[in-house]
Design a protein around this ligand. Structure first.
Ligand code: XLS
Ligand code: NI
Ligand code: NI
Length: 437
């Protein structure tokens, strides 16, 4: 076995008073919250792309990451060695899941056949390491955006051959995901959008995207893959506009194209921010439609306008997220997937541990805080009481469909005016949340 992190042993829970940077202060995997262990509530996942393939490069400078196990080559051997290191990391961290793109784990070959062969070789190593450690695949996905062939998109490309290539690639990625017993498979529309409407047939492109997803659904059935399909909304970047722009747009797209039964949403914090929404808004929209599947946990920077994919450390944010997740019954097939990367300036391997430990602790605190707020009950009671006028009388009649405009006019002519409304008490509720944080 490799030992890339020789001086680091399994990360332990030491409690809130610990001063050890390589210990959990709040995430205690076995501790029960609302009758379920933290491990099962949070289902943490490490992403292969940022954590093991991130170089630290940015538009202004080269990579900075020190990854001594990686020789920087595109060889299968290098990729296999990287897999062993990845599993050493995840095992020491105590993360039960991981996620990949096909091209993160295995190098692209000279043609599709060679590329598939490379992926098969790496899948074998992934399988061995999954068996050795018990770490499971949360979801797989295909990278349909990095290679220059995807310059105009994948399933929404103006070039039909590119659609065909993308289909073949997703077919293979689904097969490997299935073979590795993945709990899900994700579609993120990296370049499925446009840079200018001057050259774009938007209707045709959206229909192609729908056709592509129907093909995936059909192949899933053929394969016997029982994992959950996810769509991951994002409004822009790298394109100016991405068709899966936010949760509401995705739901509308799925409904329009008769795909609702086959997909749930994978909601990412930084994507919500880019869409001009809060993470909780996106969770509530997905959850209300019965389509809340999984989350990509990260955060943006208030002062930078792009997908900076930082690790989440804000307990207020994680509390809001956990309030919504608990409300909608928690994560079933999904997980808290750290689609996050260490900063370019945090280039030593140990920084990967600090980053994940911090994210896991932030979510553990969010979980405990949200559970305490729910147990206290004042917030829930307030919201319920706020809608009390709908439980009886005219409200109940409207909700049950027993009143139309004419009845409501008669009612209101008799009443003369609407009954007075009560205060929304926003500040009181904000104070209430802070009682628990
Ligand atoms: C990019 C996305 C991507 C997906 C997987 O912004 O978050 O990482 O999660 O393709
Ligand atoms: Ni993501
Ligand atoms: Ni993202």
């Amino acid at each position: 076995m490799s030992a890339a992190f020789k001086n680091i042993t399994k990360i332990q829970y030491e409690g809130p008073t610990s001063r050890n940077p390589l210990a959990f202060k709040h995430y205690n995997a076995e501790e029960k919250v609302e009758g379920k262990t933290m491990r099962d509530h949070l289902r943490f996942a490490v992403v292969y792309w940022h954590t093991f393939r991130g170089t630290g490069s940015d538009p202004f400078g080269a990579g900075t990451m020190q990854r001594p196990w990686d020789d920087g080559s595109q060889s299968v051997e290098n990729a296999q060695r990287r897999v062993r290191v990845a599993f050493e990391f995840m095992e020491k961290l105590g993360a039960p899941f991981y996620a990949w793109h096909d091209r993160d784990v295995a190098p692209e070959g000279a043609n599709l056949r060679e590329t598939n062969k490379n992926l098969d070789a790496i899948a074998k190593t992934l399988k061995e390491e999954q068996a050795r450690t018990g770490i499971r695949l949360l979801w797989g996905t295909a990278n349909l955006f990095s290679h220059p062939r995807f310059v105009h998109g994948a399933s929404t490309s103006c070039n039909a051959d590119v659609f065909a290539f993308a289909a073949a690639q997703v077919k293979k990625a689904m097969e490997v995901t299935h073979d590795l017993k993945g709990a899900g498979y994700t579609f993120w529309g990296g370049r499925e959008g446009y840079m200018t409407l001057l050259n774009t047939d938007l209707k045709r492109e959206q229909e192609h995207l729908a056709r592509f997803l129907h093909m995936a659904v059909a192949y899933k059935k053929k394969l016997g893959f029982k994992g959950q399909f996810y769509i991951e909304p994002k409004p822009k970047e790298p394109t100016k506009h991405q068709y899966d722009s936010d949760a509401a747009a995705c739901l509308n797209f799925l409904r329009e194209h008769d795909l609702m039964d086959h997909f749930k949403l994978n909601i990412e914090t930084n994507h919500a921010t880019l869409a001009g929404h809060s993470m909780q808004h996106e969770l509530e929209v997905a959850g209300s439609a019965g389509a809340l599947g999984s989350i990509d946990a990260n955060t943006g920077d208030e002062l930078l306008g792009w997908d900076t994919d930082q690790f989440p450390t804000n307990v207020y944010l994680t509390t809001q997220i956990m309030l919504s997740l608990l409300k909608f019954g928690g994560l079933a097939t999904g997980g808290v997937n750290f689609d996050a990367k260490v900063r370019r300036e945090s280039f030593e391997p140990v920084d990967l541990f600090h980053a994940h430990i911090g994210g896991m602790d932030a979510f553990a605190r969010g979980l405990k805080t949200a559970a305490a707020i729910r147990k206290d009950g004042r917030l829930e009671t307030f919201v319920r009481d706020r809608y009390a006028s709908w439980d009886t009388g005219i409200g109940a009649k409207i909700e049950s469909g027993r009143a139309g405009f004419a009845e409501l006019e008669t009612y209101m002519l008799k009443q003369g005016d609407a009954a007075p409304s009560a205060s929304g008490r926003q500040e009181m509720l904000e104070n209430l949340i802070n009682e628990f944080i």
